[in-house]
Design a binder for this molecule. Structure first.
Ligand code: T1G
Length: 685
């Protein structure tokens, strides 16, 4: 049974796709669309065509699950050209997300109508690709070159109203989409010539009059696109739309598409598309597990984390009671939250009313007793086990039965925290990443006794507050921070042996990380986890903290900073490092970039493999999701586990063996990693 059906409404042929969940343009859909257009052309009585989709959305793009397999005819470029060649006017009726190939079908249609809530986009760049069915040639002709550049290189959609304003949509439909699309088709049934986007040159001519447009765009976006192949390919394809006739531009698009599709970046980004969705699945839970209702949230601690955590729920329309011990701390915390919202509003990303609405859902309090009606309580107090146990002991007495009690701890043992209550089944970790109102990653730390419905509730809530959540087991640092430990340990050790903070950071930035270990330490605070005793100096970090070099917030850390926070290598830091080398009797040696990669990145992979073999992560791809969303690992490398497969596990194991003498006596190579390397298997696929 074809997912494409047709029916007549007067002299309009309505072509409907019913291919849940997103009307992906799989083979059967493509075949059905061509057959429907053939039918329209062959039937004298048909004067116009409407293409519409059932379910949640208009075609959301090519079927990504078909990538990498032998593509079956008709390919999407043929389908869209067949639509445009129809001898009757074709109207695309858009709702939901007309993305990628879906927008290309709409662009090849002669008219486009949409409901105001619809979104139109070409997110192929997020898959390491470009619109490969004429999109790079038709979109600039329909929406203008500048808008096409922005959409194609960011992958971000625009709303239907904006699409209407730029000329991408011909009419906004209030009310029943199909009914109004048919009426629109009736209006245009006799309009001749039938308008073909591929033949429109007025928008292209505008761009031809502004030759500097492309290089200005490249310069403005250079930082964001650093390391990625697809954005530049999208720009090149759109440049061809301006420089060449349509037919030649399509050839250029095809060549660039094939180049991207055969590259490792596209494979990595497509892998990551599914990895992100797989992370939401929790294996082994009873089928019938249902989420608890979360109507009200309590947050303990109004500091940076508590305030940021609270904002996630307030922004999702969930009331929050936030508790501090001192009025002054409470006022400061709620003041910071309002300031953060106002900064967002100043960027036009929310209105003043929305700020008031969010803050209106916040109830500040000085008493834990005010949390007695909360369905979920998250503590974000000082990272100390005794403090956390005391808080959970009190919560056990105050919280209502069935309330979920969560710790925002970054490292500590959630089972030990749960044991300080009489309800360990209701306890879990919700590890937010700072700044908690911005960072998308959430580690859901599953205690030994955490109930299935508590996990399902947390995962559902994560989606509601627009987080990407990954389930982690109880171990020191869970997934992300645990893998950070060998990286930071080796980075510090390498300083002692002859490397500099600049060299180590450069290797990581060239690899694609947003910043290196020392730039990150300066940003987050060198003093995080410091014992606060300036007289106790056991390592380089202690020495920096002892002289107030706590990082950017103090204008000095591993780097010196000018008044615009621009870093420069610090002679003072080099002097401290030299002092430690002298005390340790170490003579500095030349350290290669490759050694830095092996000692900081390969050891991370090794720790990730141990996390897997210990069952602290459900799957390798979850580890990749943690590192892309939590630490900025370049998505075009897929994540540490995918990257290890790309490097080749035998090469990783060999590198670790080479470095083993320098990795410390307690370093061991993961058995899972060594076993898969030996067997020629992969970690992440
Ligand atoms: N192909 C196959 N499966 C897809 C899919 C797609 N394009 N999009 C989504 N799914 C699956 C997804 O894996 C999940 O499966 C389910 O649908 C629900 O998705 C030639 C080459 C449309 C905004 O990149 O952005 O066209 O986990 O959980 O939150 O130029 O899905 O349930 O088994 O994300 O409501 C371009 C990608 C393709 C769009 C809906 N298109 N999808 O979000 O649901 S390349 C895209 C999305 C292309 C042409 C090029 C989102 C969504 P499961 P979901 P959602």
């Amino acid at each position: 049974m074809s997912p494409i059906s047709t029916r007549r409404h007067g002299d309009v042929l309505i072509v409907t796709s019913n291919n849940p969940p997103v009307n992906a343009l799989g083979h059967a859909v493509r075949e059905g669309l061509v057959a429907a257009i053939d039918q329209a052309d062959a039937d004298e009585a048909v004067k116009a065509v409407v293409i519409i989709c059932a379910g949640n959305t208009f075609f959301a793009g090519a079927d990504i699950t078909e990538f990498g397999k032998a593509m079956q005819m008709p390919m999407l470029p043929m389908v869209v050209d067949r639509i445009e060649a129809c001898t009757k006017p074709v109207v695309a009726a858009i709702h939901g997300t007309a993305f990628g190939g879906g927008l290309e079908v709409a662009l090849a249609s002669h008219y486009r109508v949409a409901v105001p809530s619809a979104k139109l986009g070409v997110p192929e760049v997020k898959l390491g690709l470009l619109p490969g069915a004429g999109g790079t040639q038709r979109l600039p002709r329909a929406a203008g070159v500048q808008k096409a550049l922005e959409m194609a290189t960011s992958g971000s959609p625009i709303g239907a109203k904006e699409a209407y304003e730029v000329g991408l949509v011909d009419r906004l439909i209030e009310g029943d989409l199909e009914q109004h699309a048919v009426a629109f088709a009736e209006e245009v049934r006799d309009v001749r010539p039938i308008p073909k986007t591929s033949e429109r040159d007025d928008r292209i001519d505008e761009a031809r009059a502004n030759p500097g447009l492309f290089d200005e765009f490249r310069k403005a976006q250079a930082r964001k696109f650093r390391g990625f192949d697809a954005p530049e390919a999208n720009i090149k394809a759109i440049e061809a739309a301006v420089a060449k006739p349509y037919a030649e531009g399509v050839q250029t698009e095809r060549q660039l598409f094939m180049q991207l599709m055969s590259g490792t970046q596209a494979k990595a980004q497509q892998y990551f598309f599914f990895a992100e969705r797989k992370a939401a699945k929790i294996d082994g839970l009873p089928e019938e597990t249902r989420a608890r209702d979360i109507r009200k949230v309590g947050v303990i601690g109004a500091g940076t984390m508590g305030g940021g955590i609270s904002m996630n729920f307030l922004s999702a329309g969930i009331p929050v009671t936030i508790v501090e011990q001192q009025q002054e701390a409470l006022d400061r915390g709620t003041g910071v939250m309002r300031k953060n919202y106002e900064a967002t509003a100043a960027k036009g990303r929310m209105s003043a009313e929305q700020v008031d609405q969010a803050m209106g859902l916040l109830t500040p309090s000085l008493s834990l007793d005010d949390l007695s009606d909360c369905d979920l309580i998250i503590e974000a107090v000082f990272e100390n086990m005794d403090v956390k146990k005391e808080v959970f002991g009190k919560l056990d007495r105050i919280a209502k039965p069935g309330a979920i009690l969560a710790s925002n701890t970054s490292y500590l043992n959630v089972d030990e925290i749960a044991a300080s209550t009489s309800r360990p089944q209701d306890v879990l970790g919700l590890h937010f990443f700072s700044p908690a109102n911005i960072m998308k990653l959430l580690e859901i730390v599953r205690g030994a006794n955490t109930a299935p419905d508590v996990l399902v509730t947390a995962m559902g809530l994560a989606k509601k507050i627009r987080k990407v959540a990954v389930v982690a087991g109880v171990c020191y640092g869970f997934i992300g921070n645990r893998m950070l430990i060998p990286r930071q340990t080796q980075a510090m050790q390498l300083l002692l042996e002859g490397a500099t903070p600049e060299q180590i950071d450069r290797v990581h930035v060239e690899f694609g990380m947003p910043m290196g270990p020392f730039q990150m330490a300066d940003l987050a605070g060198v003093d995080i986890g410091w014992h606060r005793d300036p007289n106790r100096i056991e390592n380089i970090r202690d020495a920096l903290c002892a002289i107030d070099r706590w990082g950017q917030k103090k204008g000095a850390g591993f780097y010196d900073y000018d008044d615009r926070r621009r870093p420069s290598p610090s002679p003072k830091v080099q002097e401290i490092i030299d002092g430690f080398r002298a005390n340790a009797g170490v003579t500095a040696r030349e350290i290669s970039d490759q050694e830095i990669v092996e000692r900081t990145l390969y050891t991370m992979v090794n720790e990730g493999a141990k996390i897997l073999e210990e069952g602290m992560a459900q799957r390798a791809s979850d580890i990749d999701v943690v590192w892309v969303y939590g630490y900025g690992w370049p998505v075009y490398r897929g994540g540490p586990m995918f990257w290890a497969d790309t490097e080749g596990l035998p090469k990783i194991v060999e590198g670790l063996k080479r470095q083993q003498p320098r990795l410390g006596s307690d370093f061991t190579i993961s058995e899972l990693l060594a076993g898969k390397a030996e067997a020629g298997e992969k970690l992440a696929r």
